[in-house]
Ligand binder design. Structure first.
Ligand code: FAD
Ligand code: NAI
Length: 489
């Protein structure tokens, strides 16, 4: 009996300590401590971007040692792996966005943020040109036109980390910019959701021809990489779980087609998983057109080159373009500064210490850096962590000798960056996912419903904050209980 009483006391005591600690963490989270102000004797470290690479640097950096300035057109971090889920309302948009100011405010020393786009670099003067993005969208300069002079800001740096990611690649295909939707940023997911509901509502009018109705209900995905596959899977679920109930007359007429130029989808995955994806898509009545290249996109139709070389025109209601990424315009400007070394148009060439080749005091990481690794969130975040640790480690040496060459210090500090793959996961629809995971020098492949639960728990665990994880988990529960929201917004 006394033993049982002791055990009970231990359990209740532990629960009380756990609850108090969680409460204290939540209190601290909402009531951050005072921060040290900027110190003019410290060096200024500028981080470009608030994506996987730069945000991970900020998260792991000891800001006591630097005056840190973050520059990005968006004031939040976006958890891209769950972006396809936002296009159909499986997850609400804000659940996968984390305001960067929450992170900044918890750093030891004050961090500055400028909501701006970096457009140019003067490496000799160590100065960046920024264009403000703080005006309402309709008042901002058009991306292709010159910025208004009053929106231009100059910013000096001592050290610079470039983590600007990539931008969508249209390969110059006519009509894509004007008529297609992309799936890269939160604005894209919002646009897809709106267009999807527009097409479906337009197809409900009784005065349109049957041919026009079929066009409106034809949803097309271009690109059979992981983005295109995950989006097609989410779209299928929306159709199957929700539209069948609320649009009974239309749902069975909706068609989903995925167009891929190569002989199969998901070229980076194991052959077994590719076959599994093809068979799951067959079951889900998603048509895959392989060896078929989209050559032109018009307002209501697109032109493809078929495997036999002939061309056909296919009508569509919604077309999502997911054919990968290319370098951001600012990367071209940075490359110009080191033109004799930076000869690859796909990004910034970096060495194994992530140092931009030909430059001094500039690092690049993530999708904008040509480091020999695939453009993946995992790569960008591992690079961010590695770089922050190196900077933390050499900062004390900089205290002693502020003119020391930081590139040399980082090189002497530790071994170069090496990526350690955690494997690939992708959602393919109807509660099935595929996984290609490294295991003791071998790769394990798996596909199915158990993998889907693994996919869910892995992403829940990787979300940026407890706040994001709570929101995503509650979205999944909400969807299970009430279905997805079909209002147009
Ligand atoms: P990003 O995360 O793209 O961040 C770039 C940042 O730079 C942004 O904040 C942007 O606003 C900012 N920026 C852009 N231009 C400028 C400028 N001129 N000046 C200042 N700032 C600028 N990878 C995986 O490993 N697993 C997945 O499951 C996965 N799923 C994905 C799903 C989708 C839909 C997409 C689109 C990508 C997915 N990826 C995934 C790839 C992953 O998102 C990228 O590899 C990752 O985002 C790269 O990180 P980054 O920091 O280099 O760039
Ligand atoms: P991608 O580059 O992986 O795939 C694009 C596909 O589009 C290619 O297969 C290409 O052949 C095809 N394509 C190009 N032009 C075409 C045309 N005109 N007509 C038809 N097909 C055409 O691009 P994606 O999927 O956007 O991925 C970008 C990066 O993000 C990759 O590194 C990917 O691994 C990563 N990512 C990873 C995810 C995951 O691990 N779950 C999810 C999403 C993205």
């Amino acid at each position: 009996m006394p033993r049982l009483r002791k055990l009970k006391r231990f359990v209740y005591g532990s629960a009380l300590v756990g609850l108090t600690y969680t409460g204290w963490l939540m209190y601290r989270n909402r009531n951050p401590a005072e921060q040290l102000p900027f110190d003019p004797t410290k060096k200024t470290l500028v981080l470009l971007g608030t994506g996987w690479g730069s945000t991970t640097v900020l998260k792991n950096l000891n800001t006591e040692n630097f005056n840190v300035v973050v520059v990005s057109p968006r004031n939040y971090f976006l958890f891209t792996p769950l972006l396809p889920s936002c296009t159909v309302g499986t997850i609400e948009n804000r659940s996968i966005m984390e305001p960067v100011r929450l992170l900044m405010r918890h750093k030891h020393r004050e961090v500055q943020f400028y909501e701006a786009e970096c457009t140019d670099l003067d490496a000799d003067a160590k100065e960046l040109t920024l264009v403000r993005c703080t005006k309402p969208e309709e008042q901002q300069s058009h991306p292709n036109s010159a910025a208004n002079p009053e929106d231009i800001v100059k910013l000096k740096y001592d050290y610079l980390v470039v983590g600007v990611g990539g931008t969508v690649n249209t390969f110059g295909t006519p009509g894509v910019e004007e008529h297609a939707c992309f799936l890269k940023e939160m604005g894209d997911a919002r646009k897809i959701r709106r267009r999807l509901m527009d097409s479906i509502e337009s197809a409900s009018f009784s005065d349109i021809s049957e041919e026009e109705r079929d066009r409106l209900l034809h949803m097309v995905v271009v690109g059979g990489g992981p983005t295109g596959i995950e989006y097609a899977g989410e779209l299928h679920d929306f159709l199957n779980d929700d539209l069948t109930h609320w649009y009974p007359g239309l749902a069975n007429r909706v068609r989903i087609t995925l167009v891929e130029a190569l002989p199969n989808v998901l070229p980076a995955f194991d052959k077994k998983l590719i076959d599994y994806t093809h068979s799951t898509f067959d079951e889900n009545r998603i048509t895959i057109l392989t060896r078929t290249m989209v050559k032109q996109v018009n307002e209501k139709s697109f032109i493809v080159q078929n495997p036999d070389g002939s061309r056909s025109e296919i009508p569509y209601g919604l077309l999502v373009w997911a054919t990968g990424i290319k370098a951001q315009p600012v990367i071209g400007r940075i490359r110009q500064q080191f033109a004799n070394v930076q000869t690859n148009g796909r990004g910034l060439l970096v060495d194994e210490y992530l140092r931009v080749k030909g430059a001094k005091d500039i690092w690049a990481l993530g999708d904008c850096a040509l480091s020999g690794y695939a453009p993946l969130a995992q790569v960008a975040s591992q690079q961010g962590k590695w770089l922050a640790r190196r900077l933390n480690s050499v900062s004390s040496m900089l205290e002693e000798d502020s003119d020391a060459d930081i590139f040399d210090l980082v090189e002497k500090d530790r071994r170069p960056f090496k990526y350690s793959s955690q494997g690939s996961l992708a959602y393919i629809g109807s509660e099935k996912a595929i996984a290609d995971l490294p295991f003791f020098n071998r790769n394990i492949t798996a596909g199915g419903i158990a993998t889907f639960w693994f996919w869910k728990s892995a992403y829940l665990n990787e979300l940026f904050s407890l706040r994001n994880a709570t929101l995503v988990a509650s979205d999944w529960i909400k969807r299970f209980l009430f279905g997805r929201d079909i209002s147009r917004e």
